[in-house]
Design a protein around this ligand. Structure first.
Ligand code: NDP
Length: 269
């Protein structure tokens, strides 16, 4: 019988995770069933309890807006999930225990390692945003790079987050005076066609700009970075596949191939 997995969110229709996990399963020869599951925004824990009572689910990915609620239902969590305060990967154990992990940060770093030509440990990173995705990145990123500075539209959130993770903070306005090799957009601004209000000179002086959002065409942030002259501009599809690979490995104890699955997703169809 296939091992059963879900990705839970609201909305969930747009999720590419079933396609990614099906490709991983095909390439590793494993028999898994992985599908989307829409949960009502109210009572994540209750809906999860009923799902587990009715189906033999091995694991689940959790996406917007449930990563905090997923954290609450865990009986044990990884250190990086504890730091992030959010869980995107649940493993259901035979004794009823629930292990929670957060693979967003390591997924992002793995993608960055592939994309950044320089020495990542020497790079300074400007992290735009102070929401859930920024927290996930901060649970892993500071140990992999030279320095991280957080900047956010609501300034106080950036300063609070930076203090919690022992990194620097800046206002978006003051960022115009700084230089960072890597600029990361961990805001949801691209969803509304907006770009965080950073001086274009910040993009121009950087080596790499990365939008966590992904789309068939360049996001508004990617367009702004390209127009300013940043030589390397990427979306977050690689991070999505990398974080999925981490979850797949955790559940199935086998590392799936990332490059070929990512290339297939990027191919025009
Ligand atoms: P949250 O809602 O938790 O946080 C949103 C953040 O974006 C806040 O810092 C908010 O600032 C900022 N923001 C929103 N609109 C604007 C704007 N117009 N200008 C400037 N800042 C803005 O979202 P998440 O952190 O969960 O997600 C952020 C993004 O990351 C999403 O696009 C999501 O799709 C993407 N993501 C991608 C992943 C991947 O695998 N590629 C994984 C996880 C997330 P303020 O505090 O001022 O409101």
């Amino acid at each position: 019988m296939s091992r059963l997995f879900y990705v839970i969110g609201n909305p969930i229709e747009h999720s590419l995770s079933p396609v990614i996990h099906a490709a991983f399963a095909q390439k590793t020869g494993l028999d898994i069933f992985y599908e989307k599951r829409l949960f009502d925004v109210k009572d994540f824990a209750g809906q999860l309890r009923r799902l587990l009572a009715s189906e033999p689910v091995c694991g689940a990915n959790v996406t917007v807006p449930f990563k905090r609620e997923a954290y609450q239902v865990c009986t044990t969590i990884s250190e990086r999930a504890r730091l992030a305060g959010a869980v995107n990967t649940l493993s259901f154990q035979k004794d009823g225990g629930v292990f929670g992990d957060n693979t967003d940060g390591i997924g992002f770093v793995n993608d960055l390692k592939r994309l950044y030509g320089g020495k990542l440990s020497e790079a300074r990173v400007l992290l735009l945003g102070a929401g859930g995705a920024a927290r996930g990145l901060l649970a892993v990123l500071p140990t992999c790079v030279r320095a991280v500075t957080v900047a956010n539209r609501t300034e106080a959130k950036a300063f609070d987050l930076a203090a919690a993770f022992g990194v620097c903070a800046s206002s978006l306005e003051d960022a115009k005076n700084g230089t960072w090799e890597i600029v990361v957009n961990a805001t949801s601004a691209s969803l509304s066609g907006a770009v965080p209000a950073v001086d274009p000179g910040v993009f121009a002086r950087s080596q790499l700009c990365y939008d966590l959002m992904y789309a068939r065409t360049a996001t508004p942030f990617m367009q702004a970075a390209q127009s300013a002259g940043c030589p390397n501009v990427y979306d977050g599809l690689g991070m999505l596949v990398e974080q999925a690979a981490e979850s797949f490995q955790l559940w199935n104890e086998i590392r799936p191939p990332v490059e070929s699955v990512l290339a297939a997703l990027r191919a025009p169809h």
